[in-house]
Design a protein around this ligand. Sequence first.
Ligand code: PRX
Length: 657
Amino acid sequence: MSESTIESSLPEKRLFHPRAEFSQNAHIKSLEEYKSIYDRAKADPEQFWAELAEQELHWFQKWDKVLDWQPPFAKWFVGGKINISYNCLDRHLQTWRKNKAALIWEGEPGDSRTLTYAQLHREVCQMANLLKQLGVQKGDRVGIYMPMIPEAAIAMLACARIGATHTVVFGGFSAEALKDRLVDAQARLVITADGGWRKDAIVPLKQQVDKALADGGATSVENVLVVRRTGQDIDMLPGRDRWWHELQHTISADCAAEPMDSEDMLFILYTSGTTGKPKGVVHTTAGYNLYSHITTKWIFDIQDTDVYWCTADIGWITGHSYAVYGPLSNGATTLMYEGAPRASNPGCMWDVIEKHGVNIFYTAPTAIRSFIKMGDHLPKARNLSSLRLLGTVGEPINPEAWMWYYRVIGGERCPIVDTWWQTETGGIMITPLPGAIPTKPGSATLPFPGIIADVVNLEGDSVETNEGGYLAVKYPWPGMMRNVYGDPERFRRTYWEHIPPKDGQYIYFAGDGARRDEDGYYWVMGRVDDVMNVAGHRIGTMEIESALVSHQAVAEAAVVGKPDEIKGQEIVAFVTLKNSYDASEELKKELKQHVVQEIGALARPGEIFFTDALPKTRSGKIIRRFLRFHAAGQELTGDTSTLEDRGVLDKLREGEG
Ligand code: PRX
């Protein structure tokens, strides 16, 4: 655990009650209703989840046992048979939703497509059949490295349909990072595209896949399925690579969904931790289906006429749960946008809302802060009156950004759901229910029904009201991660041993600091470990340090986050060079580029300081706290007695080493 301290911030007093017009039509209509559901779920969680599973999902076969909890390993709906692709598609075809828009897609250059449930089902079946033809079997892993185009969702649903486990890798990751993930997952096939549009440029995805597979890279990969998106020339390796558009029309659209065991692995999603390579977070079928479904329904208050837009890329958990599985399982219309605000159209997000009459909009604080910076004139020039609910996720939202979102985007009409959760939790854990729970700017408010959250100290005892502590969960929930892929010990160590079990009860350690106020509202204060949150992307300091040290000039590196107005945190690296290398501006550039190559642009250090030595404890552990102060340009406060050589700090202060 890190040495960072958890500080309480000033209490925020503003309170926004749900408007009566909103509450009347909401799924959960009042605080009393929320409380009664919450209490019922707490009294008998298994009964609560079982009822929802029965009401909300289609099962090929009902489960025998709701929960088998052998801490820290949980199994939900044991013995049940289910398919999430069936729940997202087939069951809606039997209703009026058959010809409802399932997916509205808007491409960056201005092209767009709408797929009804029937059309989406057809394409998913075709891709599923093609995967089978290419030798993919139930239980195999498939890598997905795609731009934000409909085929990205189609690929996920096609895997789920035949029982292949997908592992989506964000298109911003480098070939090297892609390779690591494909190797760890032992993927058999990769689905990609020639390229994707981002900020007026083409991201050369297929080229990166070629690099990842070159020279004995990810050798388990036998085939690459390529979707044509941008149309530029790319290399196609005969026998390995195949074009989707050439094969799609030769393939039957008849593909029954495979009845999966509840606990069959649905996907692996890699996420940064404090040590080693990113870990493969494992999610399974039934529990994840139920949890992403019911959280979408109650938190986004999805109604049948809504157009719902979650801006997250499918490379992240938010894209999985709230752009694809959650909304489609509910039979909602989900909007997918390929682009991002860019010089040629900084107001593009508001154009999309106006053009498609978006009702629900879910994005990240870093995006909101960049919208603020771009200016009110952009949203004000568009008609945003279709919006009725706003959401935020990914990092703590500062009350000023919350107020701007509320006033300028929501027209003081839309509730804001500030949703706290993680890749590991599968779905939202702490959040307002918009028709029921009054909101305070900057607070994620209260736990979702069935979630037994707490703020504890390292002994597992609840801390006092308004006292800082560690955010924890004290009872399993259906959407929880089941394991670290291939590394159960890491799973146990990372999440279940920081806080020892108390009276036999296991406690999930989230890695975030929090406090709870006198109304029981949660205020999440950010990571308490060496995981950074840079522009809404989670990245471990250790990963960047390893990337730096893999450069021939670097002897040692330490990375910290520095507060940044837009990105939340900016990456700052302290580097000591090997004797034969001299510090120079060129070398700084080269090192930054090296990190981009090893991980991706999202990990590029904003600043690099060369230094003769790093501050360390007597046992040789780098003291990042001192570096954080230095990076932020603050005077060092606190105890320096653990430091081995105080001269190091003076040298850092002298600066650029
Ligand atoms: O620190 C918390 C922050 O994001 C972390 C999880 O990151 P990731 O697994 O990438 O998932 C992001 C999207 C779910 C958490 O440990 N975080 C997420 N949402 C919030 C948040 N911090 C404060 N408030 C939130 N609403």
